[in-house]
Design a protein around this ligand. Structure first.
Ligand code: MGP
Ligand code: SAH
Length: 252
């Protein structure tokens, strides 16, 4: 008898539970409607729900295109990258809509932000203005590989395209799947600028290959690899490479 009383609900409690469930459905429907109002495609919807993790100041007018949405480095991870970058000139070779470049600039580094897509640079400038750091970034529309021989900097940041959200379908992501050139080529071009390189890679990347990048230099570069999380979900892997001067940059 007593047991029955404990598990049965009074009509009032059951009404309250029904109301709460209905409220949850309404919130979900409202959120879906809101994402549609902002005209995000079904591909992007999942990233839209994470928007404040991408840019905490999203509501102040952040702009992104489709590739920008699924490629931007979440703010928390971009801050981590910036904290580990020393205090010289940072070259963000694949800058996208500015997720990383903004955080580098917030740490008072001088930043060169390159992207081949003029629309990305337009959005990156807009987004940098929201964070008040546009004056600390030189924005360049161009092909990193063409510009590389004329670039000078203390640290190079590489977050190239991974081939879109389908990168996850590959069991082990090898460096030749990076775009627009394979990871070894991208790394070698960067290395001609400085041995201090940070590379943001897919979470399923072949870690053995990442370590092999350091052997492209003689003596081999030091490398440290970390997994990056947002709310306990792993989002990517960062490799920090450094040469003999790394001590001066506050690495290792
Ligand atoms: P994801 O794996 O597509 O999303 O991207 P999520 O939410 O982890 O998906 P889930 O369904 O597995 O939970 C995770 C993060 O990787 C993104 O927020 C970007 O920072 C980064 N990222 C994803 N892509 C496809 C790219 C890319 O092509 N280039 C770069 N530089 N970063 C990317
Ligand atoms: N870290 C960035 C996202 C980078 S996504 C952020 O947080 O916003 C990768 C970017 O590389 C894309 O915007 C793409 O336009 C750019 N890209 C592709 N090929 C390039 C090239 N050859 N030179 C410079 N940028 C290139």
């Amino acid at each position: 008898m007593e047991k029955k009383m404990m598990i049965s609900e009074s009509p009032r409690t059951s009404r309250r539970i029904k109301k709460r469930k209905l409220a949850n459905v309404c919130v979900k429907t409202y959120k879906k409607r809101k994402s549609r109002e902002e005209r995000v495609s079904p591909l992007i919807e999942k990233y839209w729900f994470q928007r404040y993790h991408l840019f905490s100041r999203y509501d102040e007018g952040i702009k992104m295109d489709e590739e920008g949405w699924y490629s931007v480095t979440p703010e928390e991870i971009a801050i981590r990258h910036a904290q580990r970058s020393g205090n010289g000139i940072v070259i963000d070779c694949f800058a996208g809509v500015g997720g990383n470049a903004i955080q580098f600039a917030r740490m008072c580094y001088s930043v060169v932000a390159i992207d081949i897509d003029p629309q990305k640079i337009e959005f990156a400038i807009n987004n940098a203005k929201i964070y008040g750091v546009e004056d600390y970034i030189d924005f360049i529309v161009g092909d990193f590989f063409q510009l590389a021989p004329s670039l000078k900097g203390d640290m190079v940041f590489l977050a190239p395209p991974w081939g879109g959200p389908s990168y996850k379908s590959i069991e082990k992501f090898t460096l030749d799947s990076l775009e627009p050139r394979d990871g070894f080529t991208i790394f070698q071009v960067a290395q001609a600028i400085t041995p201090n390189i940070i590379m943001f890679l897919p979470r399923n990347v072949d870690l053995q290959q990442v370590e092999e990048l350091s052997w492209l230099s003689s003596p081999p570069l030091e490398v440290e690899i970390e997994e990056n999380y947002v709310q306990r979900n792993v989002k990517g892997v960062t490799a920090y490479f450094s040469g003999a001067v790394c001590g001066q940059l506050g690495w290792s």
